[in-house]
Design a protein around this ligand. Structure first.
Ligand code: PLP
Ligand code: COI
Length: 341
């Protein structure tokens, strides 16, 4: 294999063009065969439902080069299921799991030369997405859909791996509400959060931490990751109807239990900020990012001593990454080798 000429160890989390993407069309009641394309652009009708009424959902997962040179993806079936759940909630045609997996594997195999070398700290980010493409002016679900997968090599979402980030609790802006679509990966959720994130960045924070929209007293999540805290030997993560069910979080809970920690998924009051020993963000892009401090109503609660991630956060990060990259054996059956790599 002739690997792409990139500085893989210093990649940003940003779009970089690759060789191919995969497209599957839902027309007249059935899904087409996958088409592999080198075109980075789409032709869309200007009245497509996705452009006006927001039938647009996506997923994010990663592929890693293992020590033996094969490429593996982390828990792709979970992403397939979550895309279907998002589709059902937005009245879109759910993509069958086998169509999803086939398109993901084809996209990775077609971009093998962009998979970062093992242990480079980078990964191939896979972005499956689905949009309603029928031209409509009245508000109603599209009859036609495009499901597509592209890949792009990325470094960590928050710079420098295990370096703690600063968060600020957001009290003015909500990204989601109970009964809304915050528990789906709907594109509009990310637009809803941009004002809050950009304002926090201007103030020197990496992200905001949203509270539940109804009472503003429980921690929900960040704009792009779930939240966890460590209290003694307990891993705590918010239960809420308005957060995205993170696959990273679900996996880390298993690792935490297997490391002998207690796991609590429950409403987490913002009043508990002072009682956490460690805190972190969880997500495909964020992996496990230690949270060094959280500012709430002008008070800064700190969780990282001397700017370093705590011992439990570090141990969870190392174990997760070792499984994802194939450095350690995967006893959970989470990783799938991509055929043809
Ligand atoms: N929460 C939000 C709002 C996200 O966008 C993401 C990213 O996918 C996550 C949480 C983390 O989910 P996962 O671990 O499945 O990537
Ligand atoms: C992910 O972690 O895959 C995300 O989707 C987060 C963000 C880049 C939107």
């Amino acid at each position: 294999m002739d690997r792409a000429d990139l500085d893989f160890a210093n990649l940003p989390f940003a779009y970089h063009p690759t060789d191919a993407n995969v497209r599957v069309f839902f027309r007249e009641g059935s899904w087409s065969l996958p088409e592999v394309s080198s075109d980075q652009y789409l032709t869309l009708h200007m009245a497509s439902v996705c452009l006006h009424y927001g039938q647009a959902i996506f997923e994010g997962l990663k592929a890693y080069e293992r020590p033996d040179g094969q490429v593996q993806t982390f828990r792709p079936r979970e992403n397939a299921r979550r895309l279907r759940r998002s589709a059902q909630k937005l009245l879109m045609e759910p993509v069958p799991e086998d169509v999803f997996l086939d398109a993901v594997f084809r996209a990775v195999a077609a971009n093998r030369r962009f998979v970062p070398p093992h242990a480079s700290g980078a990964a191939l980010y896979i972005r499956p997405f689905q949009i309603g493409t029928r031209a409509e002016v009245g508000v109603k679900p599209s009859a036609d859909y495009l499901f597509m997968v592209f890949c792009t090599p990325v470094g960590p979402y928050y710079k420098a791996g295990l370096t703690p980030v600063r968060l600020r609790v957001e009290e003015q802006i909500d990204r989601a509400a109970p009964g809304g679509v915050g528990d789906t990966k709907a594109a509009g959720n990310y637009a809803a959060g941009m004002r809050a994130t950009m304002a926090a960045k201007k103030e020197g924070y990496s992200e905001v931490l949203y509270l539940d929209a109804r009472t503003k007293s429980f921690i929900d999540e960040s704009g792009s990751s779930n939240f966890f805290a460590i209290q003694g030997d307990t891993f705590i993560t918010p239960a809420s109807p308005s957060i995205l069910a993170s696959i990273t979080n679900k996996s880390v809970q298993v690792l935490a239990r297997d490391m002998g920690l207690c796991v609590e998924e429950r409403p987490v009051s913002v009043e508990e900020l002072g009682s956490f020993d460690e805190a972190g963000a969880l997500g495909t892009a964020a992996v496990i990012t230690p949270v060094g401090s959280i500012t709430y109503r002008g008070e800064e609660f700190t969780y990282a001593k001397e700017g370093k991630a705590g011992p439990i956060t570090t141990a969870l990060f190392e174990r997760l990454v070792a499984i994802q990259t194939g450095e350690q054996e995967d006893p959970y059956g989470w990783c799938d080798v991509v055929p043809g790599t």
